[in-house]
Design a protein around this ligand. Sequence first.
Ligand code: SAM
Ligand code: SF4
Length: 329
Amino acid sequence: MLRDSFGRVATDLRVSLTDKCNLRCTYCMPPEGLDWLPNAQLLTADEIVRLVTIGVERLGITEVRYTGGEPLIRRELVDIVARTAALTPRPQISLTTNGIGLARLAEPLAAAGLDRVNVSLDTLDPDTFKRLAYRDRHADVIAGLAAADEAGLRPVKVNAVLMRDLNDHEAVPLLRWCLDQGYELRFIEQMPLDAQHGWTREGMVTADEILDRLSSAFDLTVDDIEERGSAPAERFLVDGGPARVGVIGSVTRPFCGSCDRVRLTADGQVRNCLFATEESDLKTRMRAGASDEELAERWVAAVARKRAGHGIDDPSFLQPARPMSAIGG
Ligand code: SAM
Ligand code: SF4
């Protein structure tokens, strides 16, 4: 098992398939993009499947989420999902994506065994989308969402990050639209993980603010039907339910105490936290001929060192050197 020194057990593995992306969301990366990892440093599909297999078969991983960067860019994605679905015990398999290309891929991904999808959509307005993500692709995201729904990847979840003076006036319209479409919306507080280091606490739209805005139009009640457990979203019934909305207050309402996540970067480093400042290199050991047992041991040791919390409020907090797109959000 992947148990840390505070007794938390990691069962939810997030795998970044690439650090590259076809959008440039302001809270994530600069308009000019980043110095992408050289291809030789990326794990191959076989290497990804080998590490995921070790996680599932030896280390108690029960959920695998593919992310990035933009995971739909990775050509072997359908194959990777199919091979993940063939593992025993079969893990739950999900995807976090910006939705571009999902119109074409939702069906084959569902057929390969994908269970669930989270699509990021921060605005209903194509012009705001262009200002926020520096690409004119709003229609592709909307089409991707519809295709996910059509392919049965339900409940389709939508992730939204609000930025002050850019899209923070859209909390209510976004929720209304998602309710109309039958999608489950979750707002995520902006975290200090952008490559440009532009995050400020004052600039961040807090969970409290988001809830205030939503409460001006909807009746929100804490959803006590399902325990929050290790799920980071606090969920609320909208107008008595059954529709729900989630708010992930990663900064102001941290859930570190019940965190069950561990991450694998696209270049094969285990990270025990989004905000970790150290990583454990499985790729180099694997390429040097390490056995499954040895890789599992290194992985166990990496999780054992997990810190109690992300410490964003700590005066000594250091933003990790890798941005979100390279860690795997
Ligand atoms: N490209 C895919 C996407 O956008 O869904 C997957 C990777 S992205 C890094 C994963 C999630 O992280 C997205 O929902 C995105 O909105 C969120 N995200 C990125 N940067 C963030 C930040 N600085 N704070 C909070 N959420 C962030
Ligand atoms: Fe790309 Fe996702 Fe980052 Fe946006 S949040 S730039 S879609 S990786």
